[in-house]
Design a protein around this ligand. Structure first.
Ligand code: PMP
Length: 396
C-alpha cells in the first residue's frame, strides 16, 4: 500500500513548546539510590491515607448513585462551601458560588489561558517563575516576559513600567513560598502590586498552592483581599500540597464574568472534575481535622528545611548564597559566579544526588549559577547524607 498521504502536521503551538521539562527533571529521581532535592513531591509517608480511605468508603457506601454519576462543571457544592469557609476564615470573604473546583490548580491555569489569552498577548511573570505555568502560557501563544525580582518578589517600580509599556493581559504571581525560590512577598509589596493593577489595568493570577505550609511567622493577606485589585485578581488553590496531589483537586476564585468564561472552558476540557474525588474530599474536610494534619506535615517539613539549612554551608562552594524560606517546599541557591548549575548536575547525579538547575525557570535570560532544592521528600538524616554527596560533587 503506497498511496498513503501523510497525516497533517501538529498545531504550531504544540510544535513550538518542547517536552515538559518537569517530566525530564522527575526522570532524574527515579533510581532508588538517588537522594533527590529535585522533585516537588510532598512526603508520601505523611499522606493521611487512612482518613482519605474512610472518606471514600463513606461516600461510596452512603451515596453511590450520586458520587459515581456525572455532576456539575462548577463542582461539588459541599466542597466549594468548605473551601469558601477556609478562605473566609483566613480573611478573604468568599461564598461557595465564587469558586470553581478544578482538576488540580494546573487546570486553573489552563482555563485562565483559554478564557483570557489570544495568541500574541503578553503575560508578565516573576523572574524566575513556575515552569509549568510558563509552559501553559507558551502553549496559549502568549509572549511571556519576566518582571525583575528581589528577595521580596517582583519590583513594583519595574512592574509599573512594564505594565505601562507592554500592555500585558495578566500578571502571574506565586506570592507565598514561591516555586522555585521559596520567597514570600511581604504585605506592603502586595499592596504596591495591587495598586499597579488598579492604576494600569491588568489581571493578577495569584497562585497559592503552598500558603498553608507555613513553618513560622504570620500569614500575609491574599493579594485578592486588597480592595485595589479585588475585581481583577484570580486566586488559585490546591489540595495537592495539603492532602495529596494524586487527588487532582484544586479550585479557582474569580470575579463573576471571568468565572463564567472559565466554566465554559472547563466544560469543553473535561465536563467536570471527578465526582467521587470531590465528594470524598468534602467528606474528609467534614470528618477529619485538616488543621491537625497540616500541623503534622509542617512540623516535619520545618525539620527537613532546618536539616538542609544546617548542611548547606559545608556542601556548597565558598561564596554560594541561599535563602531561608518560612514555609513551602523549596529554597533557592546561587553558586558563585562562573559556576554552571546545569553542567554540575551531571557530577551530582554521578554521586547519587540531584537538584534542579535554575535555568528553565527563567522566562528571559537565565542565571546559570542558580538552582532549586526541595526539602520535603527526605528525612533529615537522608538530607544530611545527600548534602555530603553534594559536597563531593561540587568540591565544596
Ligand atoms: N502552581 C504552582 C506554583 C505549583 O508549584 C504547582 C505544582 N507543583 C501547581 C500550580 C500545580 O499543582 P496542582 O495542579 O497539583 O494543584
Amino acid at each position: 500500500m503506497s498511496n498513503r498521504a501523510d497525516a497533517p502536521a501538529l498545531a504550531a503551538r504544540a510544535a513550538s513548546v518542547g517536552a515538559s521539562p518537569v517530566r525530564e527533571i522527575l526522570a532524574l529521581t527515579a533510581r532508588p539510590e538517588v537522594i533527590s532535592f529535585a522533585g516537588g513531591l510532598p512526603a508520601p509517608e505523611l499522606f493521611d491515607a487512612a482518613g482519605l480511605r474512610a472518606a471514600y468508603d463513606r461516600v461510596l457506601a452512603e451515596r453511590p448513585h450520586q458520587v459515581l454519576q456525572y455532576s456539575t462543571t462548577e463542582g461539588d457544592p459541599e466542597l466549594r462551601g468548605a473551601v469558601a469557609a477556609r478562605l473566609t476564615g483566613g480573611g478573604l470573604a468568599t461564598g461557595a458560588d465564587d469558586l470553581i473546583i478544578t482538576t488540580g490548580s494546573q487546570q486553573g491555569l489552563a482555563l485562565l489561558a483559554t478564557a483570557l489569552l489570544e495568541p500574541g498577548d503578553t503575560v508578565l511573570v516573576e523572574d524566575p517563575s513556575y515552569l509549568a505555568a510558563l509552559q501553559c502560557f507558551g502553549l496559549a501563544g502568549a509572549r511571556v516576559l519576566p518582571v525583575p525580582t528581589d528577595a521580596d518578589g517582583v519590583d513594583p517600580v519595574a512592574l509599573a513600567e512594564l505594565v505601562r509599556g507592554e500592555r500585558p493581559k495578566l500578571l502571574y504571581l506565586v506570592p507565598t513560598f514561591q516555586n522555585p525560590t521559596g520567597r514570600t512577598m511581604p504585605g506592603p509589596r502586595r499592596r504596591a502590586v495591587a495598586e499597579v493593577a488598579e492604576r494600569h489595568g491588568v489581571w493578577i493570577v495569584e497562585d497559592d498552592p503552598y500558603g498553608e505550609l507555613r513553618f513560622e511567622g504570620e500569614r500575609e493577606p491574599w493579594l485578592a483581599s486588597y480592595p485595589a485589585a479585588a475585581d481583577r485578581t484570580v486566586l488559585l488553590g490546591s489540595f495537592s500540597k495539603v492532602l495529596a496531589p494524586g487527588l487532582r483537586l484544586g479550585w479557582l476564585r474569580a470575579p463573576a464574568a471571568l468565572r463564567r468564561a472559565c466554566v465554559i472552558a472547563k466544560q469543553a476540557a473535561d465536563l467536570h472534575t471527578s465526582t467521587v474525588d470531590q465528594a470524598a474530599a468534602a467528606r474528609y474536610l467534614a470528618d477529619s481535622d485538616l488543621d491537625a494534619h497540616l500541623a503534622k506535615v509542617t512540623a516535619a517539613y520545618r525539620a527537613r528545611r532546618d536539616a538542609l539549612l544546617a548542611g548547606l554551608p559545608q556542601a556548597l562552594p565558598a561564596g554560594s548564597s541561599w535563602n531561608r524560606p518560612a514555609g513551602g517546599m523549596f529554597l533557592w541557591v546561587r553558586l558563585p559566579d562562573g559556576h554552571d548549575a546545569t553542567a554540575l548536575l551531571t557530577r551530582a547525579v554521578a554521586q547519587d544526588v540531584a537538584y534542579v538547575p535554575g535555568a528553565p525557570f527563567f522566562a528571559g535570560p537565565a542565571d546559570a549559577a542558580a538552582l532549586r532544592m526541595s526539602f520535603t521528600t527526605h528525612t533529615p538524616e537522608e538530607i544530611a547524607e545527600g548534602l555530603r554527596r553534594l559536597g563531593k560533587a561540587l568540591g565544596g
